[in-house]
Design a protein. Structure first.
Length: 192
């Protein structure tokens, strides 16, 4: 046998070996689509799986790192108003990367973001359920998160807090209860 036919036989053998390996790995067509993942929201289909379209935006909010506030950008679904979108971003559960960076939130977990109204330079924020059960040090951080986030995303300079539609005192940065609207200056000890 000459070199030409041997080379041809080797190439044919290699090609047949390749075909044998790859033909066992082929998948046939499916009769109908199958969802491969669900959202973390109790096994419910994601918006992508149901055909709905969700627009996400990046918003600046304040989280806690080593006992101080830090500004972070969070991706969140677009809501009816900019302020609702911002509050949604603030109250979203922490992601893996945020926790890995040592970030946390002092705000209690809620089903819906708290209500906020802005009139001129004054914002009125409803305290989240469970706020009164937090330690004072956590209340200071939680109020600071709300004050810095609201003032960074609106024209508000002062923030008043309510519970059950009544004004309530909140601790300032030093832990003293104050019934007046608070500002960023009241939380300079934990400011970024």
């Amino acid at each position: 046998m000459t070199a030409g036919p041997r080379r041809w036989l080797r190439r044919l053998g290699a090609l047949l070996g390749l075909l044998a390996v790859t033909s066992g790995c082929a998948l046939g067509p499916q009769a109908r689509p199958v969802a491969i993942s669900t959202s973390a929201a109790h096994g419910q289909p994601t918006k992508h799986q149901t055909g709905a379209f969700t627009v996400k935006v990046s918003e600046r909010v304040y989280l806690v790192h080593d006992g101080r506030l830090v500004a972070v950008r969070r991706s969140t679904p677009l809501r009816n108003t900019h302020l609702q979108t911002v509050m949604g971003a603030l109250f979203e559960p922490l992601g893996f990367l945020e926790r890995n960076e040592g970030l946390r939130s002092a705000l209690p977990p809620v089903q819906q973001p708290v209500a906020v109204r802005v009139s001129g330079h004054l914002a009125t924020v409803q305290l989240p359920p469970g706020f009164d059960g937090l330690a004072v040090s956590e209340q200071i951080l939680a109020v600071g998160q709300l004050v810095f986030t609201v003032s960074a995303n609106t024209g508000a300079i002062k923030v008043r807090f309510t519970a059950n539609k009544k004004s309530v005192p909140v601790p300032d940065g030093g832990g003293r209860l104050t019934a007046r609207p608070v500002t960023r200056d009241d939380y300079s000890r934990i400011a970024p």
